[in-house]
Design a protein around this ligand. Structure first.
Ligand code: ATP
Length: 449
């Protein structure tokens, strides 16, 4: 089911996923703080991206460049001059709008007349060092990509990679966005996961198609419904100054189809610009052909926060449950903030030592949570609502047969397994093995016909 944004924002706040920044002071718009569960979700998204895009590939290396860079970087990249949105101001209510968010020159809020568009630079400016003067102006990076381009020669010299290969980076970016809203969709401070994939110019088309496919599959593999993804090709009027071709992977967010990730063929624009402005040779020597040239670049550029929003929207579900509604997040186990909940049937003292023992061994292997407050039914619901795929229950019989119950979030089915088999069983279930496959000594419990 498609959740509306208000419901999701409320769940995220109530359960500790995401809070408004500086909330006690009235909030800072388009800045968000990730709470105890949100930080786990976000880390998992980044870890899965790093695992799939860097560690499991032979043709990718990682980088972590600094947020602050020489001002010349942004002159060369074109951001100082070109990274701006045309902005129109309402003559009546004085709200500012991105030109592409308005129709017929009228204010979408009050219908007032709008001024002519003026360019508004999206980079946050600050001063480097103690003196606040023009010569000390520096920017917070609006993308991580430039940190990759300016390190291209360093990586080629040290990583012993031959084309085609990519450099991947995850990090914060800052944009003084004009139109914000829609929760974490468009923030002024956010995190990006970017790849610059360097290729021989005559193979750029093939690699572009490859990355278009590969990146859509990544979202699908982590649980996004295929039907909620589509491609949108940028027309001539939408293309950024650096791009030869650009596609957005759009997701069907609650407010409609919007960009989730951008994939651009940047040609040799960036390396050529930095070579020109720095005076350094950034060409690549191809040992196979003996040629020296500037590689072309394919850039899959994704936002961590936007991905988190898409994963949450896609996972949200409600279903009737007796006289109530069961709310659950059907998050992929790799993304779920808590993998395993350990729940003693009650707070009865006799159960505590065994439950604590099980918890201690579980948390060595999984992100686990121990919960003994309120009835077992309510605790299952609480875990469903934060997306915990599996819960382990310790009851009085466990004290006798040394076995516990595993309950699955999505089906609510249960199996009973010996404690000695528990870790291995949970590992397999989290990897996708059906619950019906029993370990030695295991048996079906409630919920199976
Ligand atoms: P939009 O037009 O939606 O602001 P964009 O085209 O400017 O996005 P890109 O420059 O292509 O975005 O950035 C690549 C990715 O970074 C986007 O697909 C998105 O996932 C993420 N991103 C960009 N701007 C923001 C933002 N302000 N807040 C959160 N994520 C962002």
């Amino acid at each position: 089911m498609k959740v509306d944004m208000d419901k999701l924002v409320s769940l995220c706040k109530r359960r500790g996923f995401i809070f408004q920044s500086s909330e006690i002071y009235g909030g800072l718009s388009a800045c968000w703080d990730y709470g105890p569960l949100g930080v786990e979700l976000k880390r998992n998204i980044k870890e899965m991206w790093w695992r799939d895009m860097v560690r499991e590939r032979d043709d990718m290396v990682g980088l972590d460049s600094s947020v602050l860079m020489h001002r010349a970087v942004w002159t060369a990249s074109g951001h100082e001059e070109g990274f701006s949105d045309p902005l129109m101001e309402c003559k009546v209510c004085h709200r500012r709008w991105r030109a592409d968010d308005t129709k017929d020159g009228r204010c979408p809020d009050c219908g007032g007349e709008l001024t002519e568009p003026r360019m508004f630079n999206l980079m946050f400016k600050t001063f480097f060092g103690p003196v606040e003067e023009e010569a000390a102006v520096i920017y917070l990076r609006p993308e991580t990509a430039q940190g990759i381009f300016v390190n291209f020669a360093n990586v080629v010299d040290t990583a012993r990679k031959k084309l085609p290969f990519g450099i991947a980076q995850i990090g914060k970016a800052f944009r003084n966005e004009i139109t914000t809203g829609n929760f974490i969709f468009r923030c002024r401070e956010f995190e990006m996961m970017e790849i610059e994939f360097f290729v021989k110019p005559d193979t750029a088309g093939e690699w572009f198609s490859y990355w278009l496919e590969e990146r859509q599959n990544w979202y699908i593999k982590l649980g996004i419904n295929k039907e909620n993804l589509r491609l949108h090709q940028h027309g001539e009027d939408e293309l950024a100054h650096y791009a030869r071709v650009c596609y957005d992977i759009d997701y069907l967010f609650p407010m409609g189809w919007s960009e989730l990730e951008g994939i651009a063929d940047r040609g040799d624009f960036d390396l050529a610009q930095h070579a020109k402005h720095s005076g350094k040779d950034l060409s690549y020597f191809d040992p196979d052909s003996g040629e020296r040239f500037l590689p072309y670049v394919i850039e899959p550029s994704a936002g961590v926060d936007r991905a988190a929003l898409a994963f949450l929207v896609d996972a949200y579900d409600e279903e009737p449950d007796k006289n109530e509604i069961r709310v659950l997040l059907r998050l992929h186990p790799d993304l779920a903030p808590v993998k395993v909940a350990v729940l003693p049937l009650s707070r009865n003292e006799a159960l505590v030592p065994m439950a604590k023992d099980v918890y201690a061994s579980m948390r060595k292997c999984f992100t686990a949570q121990y919960d003994d407050a309120q009835s077992i039914g309510r605790r299952y619901r609480r875990q469903d609502e934060i997306g915990t795929p599996l819960a382990v229950t310790i009851d009085f019989q466990s004290l006798e047969d040394n076995a516990v119950t595993i309950r699955e979030r999505d089906s609510m089915k249960q199996i009973r397994v010996p404690v000695a088999e528990l870790t291995r069983t949970l590992e397999l279930k989290l990897l996708g093995e059906p619950l019906e496959v029993l370990p030695p000594g295991g048996k079906y419990w409630l919920g199976f016909e």
